[in-house]
Design a protein around this ligand. Structure first.
Ligand code: 26W
Length: 840
């Protein structure tokens, strides 16, 4: 038997991660809703007085709002108390600056964090309400594209759980990431109007609006003998803050996420735009409000669009001004580094660097050098990519028009920096040109990653391999110049959302075995290792996986009408559609299996039945990515309709993959596809979520896969493909895809089948661009890794045939991946970069 006799109470202070000594850990669940009766009363009060409806006439949305407000009411006292204590003790805090937060639904998370789950469920039942219906009512705020945005959401969850003072600053996009639909297998984007029914989680504070300036010109003036610069802006926008609670897990801590919404300033400013007529005035208003209208759906390919730069400056200017006004207050500006670290989530918020300099020098009248010393201590920068095309640059022309003073400041930072470089390395013009924040080709522009590197107290990559490549390959000159500045913090994920909430069955099993502490100390999952050897535990683990598959089937049937076959291995690839992630490799594997059966070379009965699940959005302007989506759907239609592979192969591509769907798909998966070209995926975080939910990984030696494999061991990971150095060598030697095509019969047959029009009603032109890309022009070397991938998939099939051994491996994956908690990532940032102790 693996069960403990006495299950621990998760609310018990003794088992609380902060220990019995933590004052808040001792606090009982109190507040207006701490009993079922109290919860019902508060819920009805909210329904009647906040929504203005009686229960009998309430809509689902009314009830959802009233429920959410009741949870909010409970958290409110803690929130206010934390803010009060912070004002009083003035601790150093983290301001996380991120253009994206991919939060996912809030209700369940906040029920879990507050410990109100059972009470709320019972209270709803007493009111005749199915709480699952309430959960389903919430529209997830999709204010991010993918990994970077979801990482920000995991990080703020961990900081709250660790009681570290933090404000997450970002943009309240009126439209989040587009809703994906398929028409004839092709992606069609629909606007994501997530606010149509309102959101019960946000607190608007129009009185806390900050004024953000744009355009105009700069001038110098004499200030009692000192020559100073000032910015004379052309126009302004108001940034209105919306606050969201970020509750820690059962620790009584509530941090803040503050997202900014743009509105036009007063009539005076409007006049700048209009010639006195009303229609022009309204147009000006629209112009201002456009700034926070829509999330840019580009992931990894910067557009260089003016509106995007406006968004970036808008939110960082508002955030810095907000921090100085509300938190630093009248305290000496020189103490700023003791009070805050601004963490730059990729280059998107890097314009904050010259903004802080402008505030310090122009507004607070600090000497340049003193201001620079402060600024350098207040920033740290995380890079999330290596793709050269994803490294943001802004043309000097655009920057100078929109932010003329900031451009001057950037020039000055660069001049001073290059002087230091010359001093150290002499007049090495090549080096100077390579290190300059300003690049001259193809047009004069500002390299935001360089600016962040020069200004940041630390620069980090997001997995060991990525950090090493960043340091040694992308920015080696900077590493030489700033020894010790570069570091690694491997990404992590919050186990609260991605294990506890997404996989209640597994969570219960784990808690029965090892107790409750693991949710805030994920390394404790190690204690599961011995359970991998226990047949009863393996059986129970297998049952949980089977139940999760059934749960997924229900969702897929309900949302997309999909019927999923029983007894299949679930082989899942969910992530943004990008060539470097190589969804095409997965397609070639499917086509290979399909071709080998339909051509009669392999018996259908001899293959391991698999259901392939894809989830992926393509940037609307990324033609190749969209074509690949079309191909996946086309292969799916043919394969799913072919009786020769019925019951053996199935391809499902539910549209609109998002956090909510991820929470259902990941716990059901057997096999996790992490197949990027080595050196291209900075980290990946989906890979961690799958492993922690007991899926085995088939993957390249890329990003955090490297660390996953090290931890779970080679026997529990299906490695394939070239290593990063091999990729470099092959590329340098001249990659010839045709050689691989010629050398492998299976590959040739799969490619030929696609080229023949078999998946496009005989029309060869439809997928021809994909085929010729792979054959003649593929930077991501899909064909080079094909045979190794197929061989690894054969090992997967063989392994899966031994159910018991597979389950053992799956348990070991869970047991050994505790390292990938975002709590650990946060601890790394805190110890090595931020130096912001928890507020106990
Ligand atoms: C439009 C410009 C642009 C450039 C880069 C938009 C978005 C980006 C991001 C950096 C892309 C991104 O999300 N990167 C992912 O970040 C994750 C969190 O660190 C990593 O796990 C992924 O490997 C990385 O691709």
């Amino acid at each position: 038997m693996y069960r403990r006799t006495v299950p621990e109470n998760p609310n018990s202070p003794a088992t609380h991660p902060l220990g019995a000594t933590h004052p808040l850990a001792l606090a009982p669940v109190t507040g207006p809703a701490s009993s079922v009766d109290g919860f019902v009363r508060q819920f009805l009060r909210n329904l009647n007085y906040e929504r203005g409806v009686p229960l009998s006439a309430s809509s689902v949305n009314d009830r959802y709002f009233a429920l959410a407000m009741t949870v909010r009411d409970y958290l409110m006292a803690r929130w206010l108390e934390d803010l009060r204590r912070q004002r009083e003790t003035k601790p150093k805090g983290v301001c996380y600056l991120s253009a994206e937060y991919l939060l996912g639904r809030q209700l369940d998370n906040n029920l879990l964090a507050s410990g109100l789950g059972e009470i709320a469920t019972e209270a709803m039942a007493q009111c005749g309400i199915d709480i699952d219906e309430m959960r389903a009512q919430e529209v997830e705020p999709g204010l991010g594209n993918g990994g970077l945005g979801r990482l920000a959401a995991c990080f703020i969850d961990s900081l709250a759980t660790m009681s570290v003072p933090n404000v997450g600053y970002g943009i309240r996009y009126e439209y989040g990431i587009f809703r994906q639909t398929f028409v004839d297998g092709q992606q069609v984007e629909q606007p994501d109007a997530w606010l149509t029914l309102g959101s019960p989680w946000e607190f608007p504070h129009p009185e806390g609006a900050r004024k953000v300036a744009f355009g105009g010109h700069t001038e110098t003036y004499d200030d009692g003998g000192v020559t100073r610069s000032r910015w004379v802006p052309g126009w302004h926008v108001q940034a209105v803050p919306y606050n969201y609670m970020v509750p820690g897990y059962l620790n009584g801590r509530v941090n803040t996420l503050r997202l900014w919404s743009a509105v036009a300033t007063d009539a005076f400013d409007l006049r700048i735009f209009n010639s006195g007529d009303y229609e022009e005035a309204v147009r000006a208003q629209t112009f201002a409000e456009n700034i926070s209208k829509v999330l840019y759906p580009e992931d990894s390919t910067p557009q260089g669009k003016e509106l995007r730069l406006q968004q970036q400056y808008f939110f960082v200017a508002a955030s810095i001004s907000d921090f100085l006004a509300t938190t630093l207050g009248d305290d000496d500006i020189a103490t700023l580094p003791d009070r805050v670290i601004f963490q730059l989530n990729d280059t998107h918020p890097v314009i904050a660097v010259p903004e802080l300099m402008r505030v310090l020098v122009d507004e607070r009248h600090l000497e340049w050098d003193a201001a620079w010393e402060i600024t350098k201590q207040c920033f740290a920068y995380t890079c999330h990519t290596l793709l050269p095309e994803a490294l943001e640059v802004w043309s000097v022309d655009l920057l100078g028009r929109l932010l003329p003073r900031h451009l001057e400041i950037i020039y000055r930072i660069n001049d001073d920096f290059l002087d230091e470089v010359r001093e150290r390395f002499g007049d090495d013009e090549m080096r100077i040109r390579n290190m300059s924040i300003i690049s001259e080709f193809p047009e004069r522009s500002v390299r935001m990653a360089y600016l962040a590197t020069v200004a940041g107290s630390k620069v980090n990559g997001v997995a060991e391999l990525h950090s090493q490549l960043l340091r040694d390959k992308v920015l080696p000159d900077f590493n030489e110049f700033f020894p010790g500045k570069f570091t690694n913090v491997t990404n992590g994920i919050t186990p609260r959302r991605f294990v506890r909430l997404a996989n209640p069955g597994l969570s219960e099993l784990i808690t029965e075995a090892i107790g409750t502490g693991w949710l805030t100390d994920l390394e404790r999952l190690r204690e599961l290792e011995s359970y991998a050897e226990n047949p009863d535990f393996r059986a129970a683990f297998g049952e949980v996986k089977a139940a999760n598959k059934r749960r997924l089937n229900e969702v897929l049937f309900e949302r997309d009408g999909f019927e999923v076959s029983d007894g299949h291995m679930l082989d899942v690839m969910v992530k943004r559609l990008h060539e470097y992630k190589r969804q095409m490799l997965k397609v070639l594997h499917i086509v290979t299996q399909y071709e080998s059966i339909t051509s009669g070379r392999v018996e259908a009965a001899d293959i391991q039945p698999r259901t392939f699940i894809f989830g992926a959005k393509a940037a609307p302007g990324y033609a190749m990515a969209k074509r690949i989506i079309h191909l996946v759907n086309a292969v799916g239609s043919v394969v799913n309709a072919d009786p020769r592979v019925e019951g053996r192969l199935k391809v499902l591509f539910p549209p609109n993959y998002n956090v909510t769907l991820a929470e259902r798909v990941i716990p059901a998966a057997d096999l996790s596809e992490q197949i990027s070209l080595a050196g291209k995926e900075a980290s990946g975080t989906g890979n961690m979520k799958f492993a922690l939910n007991g899926a085995l990984t088939i993957g390249t030696d890329d990003g955090a896969n490297v660390e996953i494999r090290e931890l779970v061991g080679d026997d529990n990971f299906f490695l394939f493909g070239m290593s990063e150095p091999q990729v470099e060598d092959l590329w340098a030697a001249g990659y010839k895809p045709a050689d691989f095509y010629q050398a492998d019969d299976n590959l040739r047959r799969a490619m030929d089948l696609i080229a023949s029009g078999a998946f496009s009603d005989g029309d060869k032109s439809v997928f021809e661009p994909i085929v010729s890309n792979l054959l003649y022009d593929d930077r991501f070397m899909v064909l080079a890794d094909y045979s190794s991938y197929i061989a690894a998939q054969a090992r997967v099939d063989a392994a899966y045939a031994d159910t018991d051994a597979w389950t053992r491996s799956a348990i070991l994956n869970v047991a050994r991946c505790g390292f990938f908690s975002s709590d650990r990532s946060m601890r790394d940032y805190i110890d090595r970069i931020w130096h912001t102790p928890p507020m106990l």
